[in-house]
Design a protein around this ligand. Structure first.
Ligand code: GDP
Ligand code: MG
Length: 187
């Protein structure tokens, strides 16, 4: 490699960076597919039966736009909406709030999470990006929440919006997590 002016410069030592970290919390009603999405992202596999009460945090070394990042995913398992949320609010760099497009009440549950998270995030520096995510698009025939309704709710809260399926292609699930990392980097 040729560095035009480099020859006249003193040697600059570039610090060895530890890979940056990105803590992502997955929220939403029971049964919306939080664990299925988390497992799909981490293993590329769809696990159809996952302990509904298990909450855990997983790590994965990812390369997003050729830059390494340690992505940590907290797969929550709350039964009654956003209660006892201190454990993830202060930990998170970003939030993914999931509903199932074939279940209207799971969509309605998102509103509470959106309120809790956006109230907490207001004025935070750096801001924590929030994604509203409609899961189970493979269940199109049983759809109860239109794409327009999802987009409108996201617009109201100023967050990103995607629809996906945990049991279809891996890349579209991975894309969402990587977009979250990009958003966190922009903050
Ligand atoms: P959680 O309670 O939000 O963690 O939901 P789970 O990940 O345990 O999923 C709840 C149920 O929905 C399970 O029976 C999953 O197999 C199913 N499920 C999850 N994601 C999808 C999806 O994208 N499509 C379909 N058809 N079923 C899904
Ligand atoms: Mg779960």
């Amino acid at each position: 490699l040729m560095f035009g002016k480099a020859r006249t410069c003193n040697i600059v030592t570039v610090p060895e960076h530890e890979p940056s970290e990105c803590n992502i919390v997955i929220l939403g009603a029971m049964g919306s597919g939080k664990s299925a999405l988390t497992v799909k992202f981490l293993t590329k596999r769809f696990i159809s039966e996952y302990d509904p009460n298990l909450e855990d945090t997983y790590s994965s070394e990812e390369a997003v736009d050729q830059q390494p990042v340690l992505v940590k995913v907290m797969d929550t398992a709350d039964q009654d909406g956003p209660v006892n949320c201190e454990r993830y609010l202060s930990w998170a760099n970003a939030f993914i709030i999931v509903y199932s497009i074939d279940n209207r009440s799971s969509f309605e549950a998102c509103q509470q999470y959106l309120e809790t998270v956006t109230v907490y995030c207001k004025g935070l520096q750096p801001e924590a990006p929030v994604v509203l995510l409609g899961n189970k698009v493979d269940m199109e025939r049983y759809r109860q929440v239109s794409k327009a309704d999802g987009a409108a709710l996201a617009l109201r809260f100023g967050c990103l919006f995607f629809e996906v399926s945990a049991c279809l292609d891996f890349l579209s699930v991975q894309h969402i997590f990587h977009e979250v990392v990009r958003e966190v980097r922009r903050e």
